[in-house]
Structure formats: C-alpha cells, structure tokens
Design a protein. Structure first.
Length: 327
C-alpha cells in the first residue's frame, strides 16, 4: 500500500509540475493526495441517515444544516444562502434553499463546483412494486456529489496562494417540484435556474470561468463519458478537465462515446454563457432511483478519481493566469 501511494504521489507531483511549473509543487501535490475517498464515504454515510432528503422533509433541513456546518468550519469560506418559496401545479408551496460556500470570495477569477443535495422522495423505480413508496437512499444520486464538493473543499483548505476562488454551490430541487426527477414527465430543476438568475449579485464584475456540476459519481467501476451539452458549452475547459482526468484516472475518464444531452443543473449555467460541464455516470442500472442506491454501491477509488482530478484542474486553472473559455 505504501509503495503504491508513494508512486501515486510521485506521479501526481510530476503531473502538477508539468501543469503549473515548479513553484510550490510539493504543497500543491499534497492538496491532491489529501483528497480522501474514505472521508468522502463518511459524508455519504452521514447523509443517508437523513433519507429522504427531498424538499420539505426533515432530512432536507438536516442536510442543509450539515452542509452549512461543514462550510462554516472551513477557513477562508464565506457562506451565502439563497432562500425562496416556489410553487407547483397543485398549489403546494416549496421552501427552497441553495447554499453557497465561497472559498476566497475576494478573488475575481472564479470557478463554480456545483451539485444538487436534494434527493428523490421515494424509490419509484424499484423493480419490486411493493417498495416503490419507500425512501430512495440516494448514495449515488445525490449524496456522492455533495461528498465530492465537501472533500474537495477540505483538501483545498491550506491552499492560500492561488489566484482563483472557488464557489461550492449546493443546489436545491434538481429532482423537480415533485422530487421525482425522471419519474415526473413534467420535470424541471428548481435550484439551478434560481442560482443562474442571481449571477449578477454574486459576480458583479465578471462571470465565473467555468462551472462543473457533479451528479452520480461514486459507483464502483465508474465510467465518465463526455456529455453532449458539456462539450458544446465547456469548450476548452471541458478539454482541459478531461485531459487531466484521463491522466489521473485513465480507467474512469473516457473520450467516448458521447452521452446525452442530459438534463441536469449544467443547463441553466450554460444558458447564461458560463462554460458548464456535467460530470456524471448515468449508467446506474439496476439501482437508479430504487431502494438499492445505497453506500455499498460506492467506491472510494471512484470518488478519489473524481476528486483528485478536480483539485488538479483547479490548480492548473490557477496557474494558467487568464480566462480561456476556449470557445
Ligand atoms: Zn442527481
């Protein structure tokens, strides 16, 4: 194990050196190896205790509290909350909240890392019809994205000499007004369009250089393929992320075939002109939105592949010195 870890650190150090030059290479490599898949799994296991985490449930409030507590214990982070009341066709009111952890808010150049934290309200897709009203644990669909963001923040906490700030955006209501996601024929996301409408107040001088959205990123044998809208919107940033991913985790990041377009939170951000990338393994059959979307389907290795690629990408962006959408 030690030998393997040493080799991994050496390779990562070499790669960071190639990416960002020689200054503070050791520090930067430690940011990457500090990304801890076991810690990410701990986040997932904690979140599952509050299932369901869908709009209006106690678990939803507990999840918001947990995210807020994690952000507030992170140095250099300012918290912003967007709270609003939504409605749906049957007259029900929806209490919605996006939680944003702004890491180094004073920096003008910014990267958005986003995920949704709400879960599906019930396991509507379970093959056993008797279980379809049961809670949907959502280890992969939605806890995995939350875990990736929280552990990425943790691994960056000692990174202070960069030029780029990162906004960790925990979006509400991605599963739609009925919290049924794909199970609702009239599905639309709630949190990301609200966030996109408020861009001016969060980014008064310049838009973020990129937004990366994570969803369903923990399963064993994770395979990430380019998503159609992400290629189009992400442009050069998509290429940069994928090239780093292929070097860091060649078994996980793949060049093709292209998937989608997949309707997720990247849509609203792409529509505002931010290069936006969805990182998702949508091939989650037979567990997708069933009672079997549990933590045992997740892999520490998969989480680390996504997390360490993300940290390398951020360091690479910070070293690039300028905004390049590549479009
Ligand atoms: Zn999802």
């Amino acid at each position: 194990m030690k030998v393997k870890l040493f080799i991994a650190i050496a390779l990562l150090t070499q790669f960071v050196a190639a990416s960002v030059g020689t200054s503070a290479v050791a520090d930067q490599a430690s940011n990457i190896v500090r990304w801890n898949g076991k810690a990410a799994m701990t986040h997932i296991n904690l979140l599952l205790r509050w299932t369901p985490r869908s709009i209006g449930t106690v678990g939803h409030a507990d999840t918001v509290e947990y995210i807020t507590q994690q952000l507030s214990s992170s140095p250099g982070v300012t918290i912003e909350r967007q709270e609003w009341i939504g409605s749906r066709g049957d007259g029900a009111t929806l209490h919605l909240i996006n939680v944003i952890g702004r890491f180094h808010p004073e920096r003008r150049r910014r990267i958005i890392l986003a995920t949704h934290f709400d879960s599906i309200v019930s396991a509507y897709k379970d093959p056993d019809s008797r279980l379809r009203a049961d809670p949907m644990p959502g280890a992969n669909n939605s806890a995995s994205g939350v875990a990736v963001l929280l552990e990425t923040l943790h691994s960056l906490r000692r990174w202070i000499d960069g030029t780029v700030g990162v906004d960790f955006v925990f979006l509400d209501g991605e599963e739609g007004p009925y919290s049924l996601g794909e199970g609702d024929p009239k599905w639309y996301p709630l949190g990301s369009p609200h966030f996109a409408d408020k861009l001016q107040s969060l980014y008064p001088t310049q838009l973020p250089e990129v937004a990366i959205v994570y969803d369903m990123v923990c399963k064993k044998d994770l395979r990430l393929y380019p998503e159609a809208l992400s290629i189009q919107s992400g442009g050069g940033e998509f290429r940069r992320l994928w090239d780093i991913g292929k070097k860091t985790a060649p078994g996980v990041f793949k060049d093709g075939p292209t998937i989608g377009p997949i309707g997720d939170d990247q849509m609203a951000l792409a529509a505002k002109g931010i290069p936006s990338i969805l990182v998702i393994d949508f091939d989650y059959s037979p567990w997708f939105n069933t009672t079997k979307d549990t933590a045992d389907k997740c892999s520490i290795t998969s989480l680390e592949a996504v997390g360490r690629t993300t940290v390398l990408y951020i360091l690479n962006k910070a070293a690039s010195g300028s905004s390049e959408s590549g479009r």
